[in-house]
Design a protein around this ligand. Structure first.
Ligand SMILES: [Mn+2]
Length: 377
């Protein structure tokens, strides 16, 4: 008996994106619901039997009623079964986003898997074994009960869980919500659908993370997808189609500059995606002349309008004033004398005030350019 479903997780609808101000932040919030609608449309196109959401559909249990309503509306293009598992962000507490959604009245095709008991779907073709989180951090493996769970003969057993697979995830010291890495085998699962890790990843035999369908952070980890999964029969190997559904590209650039700023500008120009959908984090290090820093700042102001959002870290980018920079300072009298003294100190690495002198020179230089600009030269 075959079963086809979409595996997705970590929508985190309602995520505030507090560090992205204004329209750009609002658009990131709105897009998360649009991406849910895209998943519903894909489910209808691919004629799946069900959509399994492996936790953290909502960013928190406190999301607004409007957010809950808009999300439920976005599910409409797919009239088949949706199974929602509570994760750590939307844990099934006594009062949760799920109890609120139920009180608002949900259509019958939306199933909230907030109890650890088997769900039989499609006349027994599939049995879903859910491991809901009932608090943010569970101490024991919530999938333990899968091993002894019963299911009808010939039914595809599919596990649904949220957390970290023991010993398998890179750079994850957090042992909360740990899941055994041999669970799929022990519990005779056709597929273990996981959430919490935001990238698409096969982490153990028949054990997958689908990743977040809409990227939400600067980490190169393959988010922006859902899995369309075919199980041809119990025991048959899973067939996975990884489908891109994300809208925004979160791009991280780390550039070292040596004197000139062109490399940073070329990197921005070279981003392969539509620039309007890019959320860019630009880390700059190395050094620039004062004239080049001035040019860089003007160019970055232009880039801020071209990309969806631009965040620049220049803490590791040092000033290296050239003789030309300093000659450009059109000064006379005692100001000239002060600049000459700052120059001498800025070039003397043994001088304890060397760094302060560089900072002061840079301020003099940039103010000088701005004043020259304002005067309409
Ligand atoms: Mn999570």
């Amino acid at each position: 008996m075959a079963f086809r479903f979409i595996h997705t997780a970590d929508w985190q609808v309602g995520k505030p994106f507090g560090n992205v101000a204004g329209d750009s932040g609002a658009e990131l919030r709105t897009q998360r619901i649009r991406t849910v609608q895209r998943i519903a449309e894909l489910a209808a196109e691919r004629q799946v039997d069900a959509v399994l959401v492996a936790g953290d559909a909502f960013d928190s249990n406190e999301v607004s009623e409007r957010t809950i309503l808009r999300t439920v509306e976005a599910l409409k293009p797919f009239g088949g079964t949706w199974v929602f598992l509570p994760g750590n962000h939307d844990a099934a507490l006594a009062h949760s986003v799920w109890t609120r959604a139920r009180n608002m009245g949900l259509p019958p095709n939306i199933v909230i898997a907030d109890r650890p008991e088997p769900l039989t779907l499609c006349d027994g073709r599939a049995t879903i074994l859910p491991a809901p989180l009932r608090r943010r951090r569970e101490v024991t493996d919530q999938t333990d009960w899968f091993d002894a769970a019963t299911s009808p003969d010939g039914s595809c057993r599919i596990g649904l869980a949220h957390g970290s697979v023991a010993n398998r995830l890179p750079g994850k010291g957090d042992a909360a919500n740990e899941i055994r890495d041999d669970r799929a085998e022990r519990a005779r699962l056709c597929y273990l659908a996981l959430g919490d890790w935001h990238g698409a990843l096969r982490i153990a035999p028949r054990t997958w993370y689908a990743g977040a369908p809409e990227p939400d952070r600067h980490k190169a980890n393959q988010s922006g997808h859902v899995h369309v999964v075919d199980i041809d029969a119990p025991g048959a190997p899973e067939r996975i189609a990884t489908m891109a559904v994300g809208h925004y590209a979160w791009v991280q650039l780390e550039i070292e500059l040596l004197g000139r700023c062109d490399k940073a500008l070329e990197a921005l120009e070279g981003i392969a995606q539509d620039h309007r959908t890019c959320v860019v984090s630009l880390h700059l290090k190395g050094s620039l002349s004062l004239a080049e820093r001035h040019r860089l700042e003007a160019e970055l102001a232009r880039w801020e309008a071209r990309v969806h959002h631009l965040e620049v870290d220049m803490a590791a980018l040092l000033d290296d004033p050239t003789p030309d920079d300093l000659d450009a300072l059109d000064t006379s009298g005692f100001v000239r004398l002060a600049v000459e003294r700052l120059k001498a100190r800025a070039q003397d690495l043994a001088d304890p005030e060397c760094e302060s002198a560089r900072t002061a020179l840079r301020m003099v230089y940039l103010d000088h350019l701005r004043i020259a600009g304002w005067q309409g030269s």
